[in-house]
Ligand binder design. Structure first.
Ligand code: UDP
Length: 311
C-alpha cells in the first residue's frame, strides 16, 4: 500500500487531494495547523482506517513514523487577504516548512511535490504564461511574501533534486475554484457567490478588465495526480486556459444566482496582475492532461456548495 503525506490537508486543495488518494487506496496522512484550513473539510475522512490527521505546523520539525512514498506540500495561506494578514507565516511555510519537508522526503526517499503557483510569474509581461518565463515579481510588495516564498520553495526543491537526487514535482497552480473554498476567503469567486447570495453589492476591484482563467478543482486534482505519477522534475502549469475578465466572472455569478445585487467598483489592490492565463502545452504533451469541466458546470456545483454555507 502506498503511503502519502499531504500538508494543508484541511484546506481547499489539500482536502480534495486527501479524498483523491483515499479513493485510490492509499494510506493518507493529512497535516495542517488549521490557521486557514478547517476540520469540516476532512470530517468525513476522520473515521477511516487509512486516514490519519496530524495537527502540526510544518515550520516546526516534522516527524512522521513509518515509510512514506510521497509528500505533497500544499500548506500555505493562499488568498491575497490571508497573506496580507499573515505575511510572516506565509514566508515561513514556503521556506522553513519546505526545508523541513524536503529533509523528511530525503530521509524517507519519498517523491516530493510542491504546490507552486502562477504567482511566480507576478504581474506577467508574457501572455499566456509558459513555464520558461521567469516572471515579473515585486519582492517587497504586498504579494511578495507569497510570491517570493513560492519562488524560494521552487529553488530549494530543485536544489534537493540536483544535489541530493530527490525525485521532485513542481506544479504551478493557476486560479482554481470549487466546493470547500472558504466563504470569507476574500478571493473573487467566493466573494462574488457569497455577496450575490446575501443580496450584497458585488465588489469588483479596479475596472474589472483584469483577467483570470478559472479551473474547476476536480480537473486540477486530476492534473496534479498525473504529474505526481510522471517522471518529470521540472515545473508544469496546471490550470484552465479559458481566460475571462473579472467583470465577466461577476456577471456570470450574478446570472447564475439570480440575484439583484449590483456590481460596485473598488480600488484595485497593489500589484494585482492585469492578466493571467496558463499555457498548458507541457501538461497536454507530457501528461496527456487538459481540463474538461467548463465554467457552466463548475460554477453550478460551486453555487450549490455556497448555498449550503452562506447564511
Ligand atoms: N477581485 C475582485 N473582487 C473581490 C476579490 C477579488 O474584483 O472581492 C479581483 C482581484 O483584484 C483580482 C481577481 O479578482 O484581480 C482575482 O482575485 P483573487 O483574489 O481571486 O486571486 P488572484 O488571482 O488575484 O490571486
Amino acid at each position: 500500500m502506498k503511503r502519502i503525506l499531504i500538508t494543508g490537508a484541511a484546506g481547499f486543495l489539500g482536502s480534495h487531494l486527501c479524498d483523491k488518494y483515499i479513493s485510490e487506496g492509499y494510506d493518507v496522512i493529512g497535516m495542517d495547523n488549521l490557521i486557514t484550513g478547517s476540520l469540516d473539510n476532512i470530517a468525513h475522512l476522520m473515521p477511516l482506517e487509512h486516514f490519519t490527521f496530524y495537527h502540526h505546523d510544518v515550520t516546526k520539525f516534522v516527524h512522521v513514523p513509518g515509510k512514506l512514498d510521497y509528500i505533497l506540500h500544499f500548506a500555505s495561506p493562499a488568498s491575497p487577504i490571508d497573506y496580507l494578514k499573515m505575511p510572516i507565516q506565509t514566508l515561513k511555510v514556503g521556506s522553513l516548512g519546505t526545508h523541513n519537508l524536503l529533509g523528511l522526503a530525503k530521509m524517507k526517499k519519498a517523491r516530493f511535490m510542491i504546490a507552486s503557483t502562477s504567482e511566480v510569474y507576478g504581474d506577467p509581461l508574457v501572455h499566456p504564461q509558459t513555464e520558461d518565463y521567469w516572471g515579473n515579481v515585486n519582492p517587497i510588495g504586498p504579494r511578495g511574501v507569497y510570491d517570493e516564498a513560492k519562488r524560494f520553495q521552487e529553488a530549494m526543491t530543485m536544489a534537493y533534486h540536483t544535489y541530493h537526487g530527490l525525485e521532485i514535482r513542481i506544479v504551478r497552480i493557476f486560479n482554481t475554484y470549487g466546493p470547500r473554498m472558504r466563504v470569507n476567503d476574500g478571493r473573487a469567486l467566493p466573494a462574488f457567490f457569497s455577496q450575490a447570495l446575501r443580496g450584497e453589492d458585488i465588489t469588483v476591484f479596479g475596472d474589472g478588465s483584469q483577467t483570470r482563467s478559472f479551473c474547476y478543482v476536480a480537473d486540477l486534482v486530476d492534473g496534479i495526480n498525473k504529474l505526481l505519477l510522471s517522471d518529470y522534475n521540472l515545473p508544469v502549469n496546471i490550470g484552465n486556459p479559458t481566460e475571462i475578465t473579472i467583470n465577466q466572472a461577476a456577471e456570470e455569478v450574478l446570472h447564475l444566482v439570480g440575484s439583484n445585487s449590483k456590481i460596485i467598483h473598488m480600488a484595485l489592490p497593489k500589484d494585482d496582475p492585469k492578466v493571467r492565463k496558463p499555457d498548458i502545452t507541457k501538461a497536454k504533451e507530457l501528461l496527456n492532461w487538459k481540463p474538461v469541466v467548463g465554467r457552466e458546470e463548475g460554477f453550478k456545483i460551486t453555487f450549490d456548495y455556497f448555498k449550503t454555507k452562506v447564511k
